[in-house]
Design a protein around this ligand. Structure first.
Ligand code: SAH
Length: 235
């Protein structure tokens, strides 16, 4: 598989066609807005951000990218959706946040800028590509030795089907129907194996839990649905 093949065009279209709703904190992407402070907090437990050069892989409209930039990082957001790159750029201009965006695949950027970044983030994206291991390898190539790589994704266990698809998409309607496909979810053991094969060592993993009564997300021990992990590239 070549770099440009590792994409499901229908996934890019699915997200890109909703680009104008990206920054509505109560809209279709509310979940990403709600979890953003938590993932930023997790990232900051492992990485210093001020003055560091980061790349945010599969950045969408830039929710995490802007958060990283606000925390003082020099961030490049990359995505294959032109519509989302445009929305991210525009939002950055409106808010005065200094992030940069480029439509390029992780694999191509890794060829151009190996070890070009202090840290790499890739959130809620691995479950939308044909070959997640290729993205993981690209992230490992993009980061400098000793730098951190962060991934978040959904666990392929029945509980994640019940909560992330049945409850979130069909019952609570927190996400548009069809956002996720259970068979693309990734078990933590699979993520760790692919990361290890790419020279990344696990430093920490935490669940992103949802409480349907308080309607709040929190970081916790339960990695049975959505989880976030920190890896260090070996020196
Ligand atoms: N990381 C962002 C957006 C997650 S939504 C956040 O968590 O806030 C998933 C994103 O992955 C979408 O923006 C989609 O366009 C992007 N994506 C899907 N396949 C991709 C690929 N092969 N290369 C780059 N981006 C991809």
């Amino acid at each position: 598989m070549t770099a440009t093949d590792n994409v499901h065009p229908q996934e890019i279209h699915k997200f890109g066609s909703r680009a104008e709703h990206w920054w509505d904190p109560n809209g279709e992407f509310k979940t990403l807005h709600d979890v953003n402070p938590l993932r930023l907090r997790f990232i900051q437990q492992f990485a210093e951000l001020p003055g560091k050069r980061l790349v945010d892989v599969g950045c969408g409209g830039g929710i995490l990218t802007e958060g990283l930039a606000k925390a003082g990082a020099d961030v490049l957001g990359i995505d294959l959706s032109e519509d989302l790159i445009d929305i991210a750029d525009l939002h950055g201009l409106e808010t005065g946040i200094n992030a940069h965006y480029q439509k390029i695949s992780a694999e191509s950027l890794a060829e151009q800028q190996p070890a070009g970044f202090d840290h790499v983030t890739c959130m809620e994206m691995l479950e939308h590509v044909p070959d997640p291991a290729s993205i993981i390898r690209a992230c490992a190539t993009l980061v400098k030795p000793g730098g951190m790589v962060f991934f978040s994704t959904l666990n392929r266990v029945p509980k994640a089907y019940l909560l992330a698809i049945l409850a979130a998409e069909h019952i609570l309607k927190m996400l548009p129907q069809g956002t996720h496909d259970y068979k693309t979810f990734i078990k933590p053991s699979e993520l760790c194996q692919s990361a290890r094969n790419a020279g990344l060592e696990l430093q920490g993993m935490t669940g992103i839990e949802y409480n349907p009564f308080s309607k709040k997300f929190s970081l916790g021990k339960d990695i049975g649905v959505n989880y976030i992990a920190a890896f260090r590239r070996s020196e």
